[in-house]
Design a binder for this molecule. Structure first.
Ligand code: BMA
Length: 321
């Protein structure tokens, strides 16, 4: 009974914006193949997306798009905002899938993104105050690693990074700690793939962690392999407010998966890949920005109170010794 109530809530939690997709290649001021997997952050006067843009060679760069309401009238930079330095080993084949947080203590934005280099995909850090100039801080951890985001504050003096290394072919979500954003340690598995579930093959963090009264709300993508290909869907979890390496709750079911045509048809079919979130405080709405079928950007919205109610209905997670 409880499960039915929860699954009804899960099914109707997020509503797709009626004018989805909000951004696609034909909107771009210069020739590109695809736009998808954007980081998102709220500025005082606008929503900023840092979109992954795939050029006509198949390499990706990052471009800023801004909109007052976060839905329409996007102002897109007329050239790549952050282009790979293709001459370097780290960035040889492009920059992908960014996440952004505001580091209040330092007074700048931190962007974690995938550099597609010779050693394999690696998570790199860049900092910026204005999204015009960027200081590249280099790779954070060795390859192969993706789907990473920092938390906006320290925990007992240390920064925390969620990321997704591939180890022995397994793709679980990890968390690591650092005193200075440079030296990382205390690596541990945060969440594992769940055999036979919708997230049985691979999982990875979706957008930046969101602080709510109950703890840190996180979203993650889960992959299932089928005879027809892979399906990318989104689930949720709740982490402890002061010890974010402790998972308190995790959704059994997914809360957003490919259903609309623009999610089912594209460069890669059946992909919903969330990489950015904003909270509209006036409306108390959560906006999730995502790549749809690896070639467009779409947004889904939910009432924040319902999301909180839902996550507290999800099963508690037992802890490993
Ligand atoms: C993942 C990442 C994403 C991509 C997704 C679906 O492995 O590479 O950039 O959106 O696959 O193709």
């Amino acid at each position: 009974m409880e499960k039915n109530v929860r699954q009804h809530l899960a099914r109707d939690l997020f509503k797709r914006y009626e004018d989805n997709p909000i951004l696609q290649a034909k909107d771009w001021p210069y020739p590109v193949n695809a736009v998808f997997n954007p980081a998102a952050i709220k500025l005082p006067d606008a929503t900023l997306l840092l979109a992954r843009v795939e050029d006509l060679r198949g390499f990706s760069h990052l471009t800023v798009c801004k909109s007052k309401d976060g839905l329409s009238n996007w102002q897109i930079d007329d050239r790549p905002t952050m282009e790979a330095d293709h001459g370097t080993r780290e960035e040889r084949w492009g920059l992908e899938d960014p996440r952004i947080i505001w580091l209040d203590e330092q007074g700048h934005f931190a962007i974690t993104y995938v550099s597609y280099g010779e050693g394999g995909p690696v998570v790199s850090l860049a900092i910026t105050k204005n999204f015009h100039t960027f200081a590249r801080m280099g790779p954070m951890l060795p390859p192969e690693d993706k789907d990473a985001c920092l938390f906006p504050r320290r925990f007992n003096g240390r920064f925390a990074l969620i990321h997704r290394p591939i180890v022995r072919g397994e793709a679980h979500i990890w968390i690591s700690m650092s005193p200075d954003l440079k030296h990382w340690g205390d690596h541990r598995i945060l969440m594992r793939t769940r055999h036979a579930f919708w997230d049985g093959q691979r999982i990875g963090l979706a957008c930046q962690p969101i602080e709510i009264p109950e703890g840190w709300l996180i979203f993650y993508h889960g992959v299932r392999s089928t005879t027809a290909g892979q399906i990318y869907r989104i689930g949720a979890a709740l982490l402890d407010a002061e010890q974010p390496w402790r998972v308190l709750r995790r959704s059994e079911e997914w809360i957003l998966g490919p259903r609309a045509d623009y999610e089912r048809i594209g460069d890669v079919a059946d992909v919903v890949f969330v990489t950015g979130a904003t909270v509209n405080d006036e409306k108390n709405m959560l906006y999730l920005y995502y790549g749809a079928a690896d070639d467009k950007i779409a947004v889904a919205m939910a009432d924040m109170n319902k999301v909180r109610e839902y996550i507290m209905m999800c099963p508690e997670v037992k802890h490993e010794a």
